[in-house]
Design a protein around this ligand. Structure first.
Ligand SMILES: Cc1cc2nc3c(=O)[nH]c(=O)nc-3n(C[C@H](O)[C@H](O)[C@H](O)COP(=O)(O)O)c2cc1C
Length: 171
């Protein structure tokens, strides 16, 4: 196991990629050697001692490539320090309250329990109607979800800063 940090993300429309890049920027600024990669481009976890993994949420599920990554790398992840985040809710107010307490996809909870992540969080997302396909637009209209970019860059930065502090303590 080497000393680098991996920020891996799964996105459909780019909102989660930008969150991952911001986390990566803060970790690098703190002096940590950090790669930011789409989760399906990660082939080997051996260079990394810590992994931050995030996915966009669609109908309560993580993106398939993030689920595949969790399943395929469970053992390696369990040996590393791991942080998990979801990007999803649109609207003002606490992200987890907007999701009525949802924090992580139920189907992958057993894997998360075995990996024992340092933290699992949810960040507000960016719901851009112009990017959605017809079916997605219809779903968003049906549930009368607020639309727009609700990403909370301060919350993202302070979470990333806490990760950096924890990792730097252990060097
Ligand atoms: C059809 C549809 C379903 C969604 N379902 C959820 C959901 O269940 N929970 C949630 O928090 N966000 C949900 N969202 C919001 C997206 O997760 C949010 O827009 C996210 O930031 C998109 O990330 P991406 O651009 O990286 O794909 C949904 C969005 C769409 C279009």
């Amino acid at each position: 196991m080497d000393d680098q940090v991996l920020v891996a993300y799964a996105t459909k429309y780019g909102a989660t990629k930008a969150i991952a890049e911001e986390i990566g920027r803060i970790l690098r600024q703190a002096g940590l050697l950090t790669d930011v990669l789409p989760v399906d481009k990660v082939s080997n976890l051996s260079p990394y001692r810590a992994v931050v993994l995030g996915s966009a949420v669609y109908i309560g599920h993580w993106r398939k490539e993030a689920v595949n990554f969790l399943q395929a790398n469970e053992k390696a992840l369990a040996e590393r320090q791991v942080w998990l985040f979801s990007s999803g809710p649109a609207g003002e107010g606490d992200a987890i309250e907007l999701l009525q307490g949802w924090r992580f996809p139920e189907a992958q909870q057993p894997i998360a329990d075995r990996i024992r992540p340092r933290d699992v969080t949810v960040f507000h997302g960016d719901l851009d109607m112009n990017k959605l396909n017809f079916l997605e637009k219809t779903m968003v209209k049906n549930i009368k979800s607020p639309t727009g970019d609700f990403r909370d860059w301060d919350a993202i930065a302070s979470w990333a800063q806490a990760i950096a502090s924890e990792l730097l303590e252990k060097v």
